[in-house]
Design a protein around this ligand. Structure first.
Ligand code: PGA
Length: 251
């Protein structure tokens, strides 16, 4: 049985004041015992979140890391080793906003994945197709290629200590959610692709769904056999809504 995980991706949101408010709201929630919860604040607020939620069973992660694991001359980047030092335990790699707007290639994503693991961070590999690709019937091919970039460079065993997040680009921040059946179809394909290399690793890896997840649709999505939780953007900025989504994963 895979333990569900719900992660909040705060993206480029928050000020010290609004993050303090959000921490306060999160502290008041009733958290389900059978669900892992993680939050991914901006790098600037990681220390504040670690301090504010450190006594709760929350994982704190970063939204990106540098391709090199160690410190060095790479202006503007943050190394996985620095994230680890800041008490992060997870990091998102390959979020579609980074792939599309910031030019993260499959090769960059693979390097970041490896950098994260070499520092003891759990990478969350984000994959997903655009609307154009879906309409052209290329969803499984695109997602398969993004996944294969990591498998062929690093091997299948790395997925024993990693998560995958399927996030259709057309569903991110748009209010459009993949139907539970559409999401399950892709999740099952991801697991089958992993299983073709190693059935045991594939059976254990948690595959999160992301794209306009909210309290109103979470239970239905999380009810699907290969959906092991969610990566939540907009709705994770509201403590009550995020709490409700996490509780939906526990039912
Ligand atoms: P959303 O974002 O929930 O606001 O659609 C999800 C994500 O990009 O991780």
């Amino acid at each position: 049985m895979r333990r569900p995980l719900v992660a909040g991706n705060w993206k480029m949101h928050g000020t010290r004041a609004s993050v303090a408010e959000l921490i306060d709201g999160l502290r008041k929630q009733e958290w389900p015992v059978k669900v892992d919860v993680a939050v991914f604040p901006s790098c600037l607020h990681i220390a504040q979140v670690v301090e504010g939620l450190g006594d709760k069973a929350f994982a704190v992660g970063a939204q990106n890391c540098a391709v090199e694991p160690g410190q060095g001359a790479l202006t503007g980047e943050v190394a996985a080793s620095q994230l680890r030092d800041a008490a992060c335990s997870m990091v998102l790699v390959g979020h579609s906003e980074r792939r599309q707007a910031l030019g993260d290639s499959d090769q960059d994503v693979t390097s970041k994945f490896a950098a994260a693991q070499s520092c003891g961070l759990t990478p969350v590999l984000c994959v997903g197709e655009t609307l154009e690709q879906r309409e052209a019937g290329q969803t499984l091919e695109v997602v398969g290629r993004q996944l294969d970039a990591v498998i062929s460079a690093l091997g299948i065993k790395v997925f024993a200590e990693a998560l995958v997040a399927y996030e259709p680009v057309w569903a991110i921040g748009t209010g459009l959610t993949a139907s539970p059946e559409q999401a399950q179809h892709v999740h099952a394909a991801i697991r089958a692709q992993l299983a073709a290399h190693d059935a045991q690793v594939a059976g254990g890896v948690r595959i999160l769904y992301g794209g306009s997840v909210k309290a109103a649709n979470a239970a239905e999505l999380f009810g699907m056999p290969d959906i092991d939780g969610g990566l939540v953007g907009g709705a994770s900025l509201n403590a009550d809504e995020f709490g409700a989504i996490c509780r939906a994963a526990g039912n």
